[in-house]
Design a protein around this ligand. Structure first.
Ligand SMILES: *Cc1c(COP(=O)(O)O)cnc(C)c1O
Length: 225
């Protein structure tokens, strides 16, 4: 099936108000162009070099989202154009984004990544770490980043009840953070959760933004990446 059709199929399953990030990592620019021609404007990438190369060639009205683990020394390459960084997992990274966004004369929207999955390999703040970090209020002094919400990945499991519990944990954490620190900040409003295998669960448990790759673009060929 064509990307255009798959994209329409996925969009037809999304609840009103849930935004779609088309995760295009490891797929060639032709695939992104096809999705773009079908109306998609938000694309998610997880490798800086690949993202920069695609951004240079594809239409300028694309909203690029960074969704992978971001190393501080690479922030400078994406700060001039990135629309949303989903994966802020340390204060050090937040400071670096602020610094590079200042150089680019921008304010960059970011999400704080929360670790709720069972896998050790996933990045992010635990719920307690997140609330402690927000309580320091250092983030308020960073003029070139704007905290726009939370991002999380659930455990890679067939246990849908466990996945639902993890997404609920994130939604509850979002509500707590919103009430304590962002009650008067409308910009803090996104919960980025849900991938090809679990987005239908995620959108029933508070997601405002789903990140879908495989269902739209097919399997990734890491060998050629
Ligand atoms: C690759 C990736 C996705 C997309 O995963 P699919 O299973 O292909 O939909 C979503 N989020 C993150 C953080 C990813 O790295």
């Amino acid at each position: 099936m064509m990307i255009t059709e798959k994209l329409q199929q996925v969009k037809a399953t999304l609840k009103p108000g849930v935004r779609l990030v088309a995760v295009s990592k490891f797929h060639p620019t032709e695939a992104l162009q096809e999705a773009y021609d079908a109306g998609q404007r938000i694309f998610g990438e997880s490798h800086v070099q690949e993202l920069v190369a695609k951004q240079e060639t594809l239409p300028k009205d694309i909203e690029w989202h960074f969704i992978g683990h971001l190393q501080t020394n690479k922030v400078k390459y994406i700060a001039p154009f990135i629309s949303l960084i989903h994966s802020v997992d340390s204060v050090k990274l937040l400071r670096e984004i602020d610094k590079q966004a200042a150089k680019a004369d921008r304010v960059v929207d970011v999400l704080l990544q929360v670790h709720v999955a069972k896998e050790e390999t996933k990045f992010g703040f635990t719920p307690d770490e997140l609330l402690d970090m927000l309580a320091t209020e250092e983030w308020k002094t960073l003029q070139h980043v704007r905290l726009a919400g939370l991002m999380a990945m659930a455990t890679n499991t067939d246990d849908t009840a466990q996945i639902a519990r993890e997404f609920d944990t994130v939604s509850q954490l979002f509500a707590t953070a919103k009430e304590r620190f962002f009650a008067t900040e409308p910009a803090f409003r996104e919960i980025s959760m849900g991938m090809s295998g679990d987005y239908l669960i995620a959108q029933e448990h508070g997601s405002t933004m789903v990140r879908i790759g495989t269902t739209i673009f097919g399997q990734r060929n890491y060998g050629n990446g």
